[in-house]
Write a new protein. Structure first.
Length: 292
C-alpha cells in the first residue's frame, strides 16, 4: 500500500436526525468522487454534538448501533466500496454513549468504540464512558491497514494512543468537537510522533458553538533519510470553513519508518511503569466530579 486517503468531513450539522443522515450520506458520496478510502465524521454527528440536560430528552435523541441512521452508512460503504467512520450518540444503559463505528468497504462493522475519557467536568457526565480501546484490520481498495480510534478528549491522555499503538494501530481516527487551538493540535502531533502512527482528526467548522474547524492529520514520520534533521509530521490542517479535507497517508513510508526508528514500542521498559496503573489521586489533581 503506497497511500491511504482519509476524508475529514468538517461539516456543520443540521437540526434533525434525518438532516444529519442525508447530509452525511451526501458528503460520503462526494468524498468517494475525490478518491477517499476512508471517511471520518466529527464527534456525535447524529445530534451535532448536542447533549440535552434533560435525561429523558438525552435518551430519546440516542440511536442504536443497528438503527436506520447507523445502518445507512454501512450500506453506503458497501455501495461505494469505501470505508466510513460514523459517529453518534448511542442508546445504552444506564445512559447513552459517545460512539464511533467503522464500516469497511463491504459494509461490515469492523470497529465499535465508545469514548473512554468522557468530559465529566461538562455535559458528558450524563454519558456512559467506554471501557477499552480497539484496533481493526481494515481491508481497503489500496490494501490492508490497522485502524484504531479515540475521540476528542481521549487525545489529552498519552495512554489512549499508546494502547492503540501497542495493539498494532497504524492509523488512529479521531472524531472531535472542540476548539482546535495550538496546544490541542500539539497534543495530536505528539501522539503521532511518540507512537510513530498516523493520526487523522475531523472537527466541526467555525459556526458550530465551541468549535473552529482546523481538522488535521499527522503521518508520524519525524525523520527521513533524505532530509537533514527533523520534519513537521503535519499532512494537512484545515481552515475554519466547512468542507472535505483529504489526508493522504504514505502507508509504505510509515511502515518503513516504524521498522527502523526509536519510538513506539522499540525501547520501552514497562516493568518500570507500575505507578501508571495506580488509581491513587492526590492534590492538586483531586476533582469532585471525577468518575471512575
Amino acid at each position: 500500500m503506497k497511500n491511504l486517503k482519509v476524508a475529514l468531513l468538517q461539516l456543520m450539522p443540521e437540526n434533525t436526525l434525518d438532516g444529519n443522515m442525508q447530509k452525511g450520506l451526501e458528503y460520503c458520496r462526494k468524498s468517494k468522487e475525490i478518491g477517499a478510502d476512508i471517511v471520518l465524521f466529527p464527534e456525535m454527528w447524529n445530534v451535532g454534538y448536542n447533549i440535552p440536560k434533560d435525561v429523558n430528552e438525552l435518551k430519546a435523541s440516542a440511536v442504536a448501533t443497528n438503527s436506520e441512521f447507523v445502518n445507512s452508512f454501512g450500506k453506503l460503504a458497501k455501495d461505494l466500496n469505501m470505508a466510513i467512520g460514523i459517529t453518534f450518540l448511542e442508546k445504552h444503559d444506564p445512559l447513552p454513549r459517545n460512539t464511533f463505528c467503522l464500516f469497511d468497504r463491504f459494509g461490515n462493522n469492523v470497529l465499535t468504540y465508545a469514548k473512554v475519557h468522557t468530559c465529566d467536568f461538562g455535559d458528558e457526565f450524563r454519558l456512559t464512558a467506554g471501557n477499552d480501546f480497539y484496533v481493526a484490520d481494515l481491508d481497503t481498495a489500496q490494501g490492508n491497514v490497522k485502524i484504531g480510534a479515540m475521540i476528542c478528549y481521549d487525545r489529552e491522555f498519552p495512554e489512549s494512543a499508546r494502547i492503540l499503538m501497542l495493539k498494532g494501530a497504524e492509523i488512529i481516527l479521531v472524531p472531535n468537537a472542540c476548539p482546535m487551538e495550538i496546544n490541542r493540535i500539539s497534543q495530536l502531533r505528539a501522539r503521532a510522533y511518540e507512537n510513530m502512527v498516523g493520526i487523522a482528526t475531523a472537527n466541526y467548522p467555525k459556526g458550530k458553538p465551541d468549535c473552529n474547524g482546523h481538522s488535521s492529520a499527522f503521518d508520524g514520520i519525524a525523520y527521513k533519510p533524505s532530509d537533514f534533521g527533523s520534519r513537521d509530521t503535519l499532512i494537512i490542517e484545515a481552515g475554519e470553513q466547512e468542507g472535505i479535507y483529504i489526508a493522504d497517508f504514505p502507508i509504505d513510508e510509515i511502515r518503513e519508518y516504524r521498522s527502523r526508528e526509536v519510538h513506539g514500542n522499540s525501547y520501552r521498559h514497562p516493568e518500570k511503569y507500575k505507578l501508571l496503573i495506580s488509581e491513587r489521586i492526590e492534590e492538586p489533581f483531586i476533582r469532585k466530579d471525577y468518575r471512575k
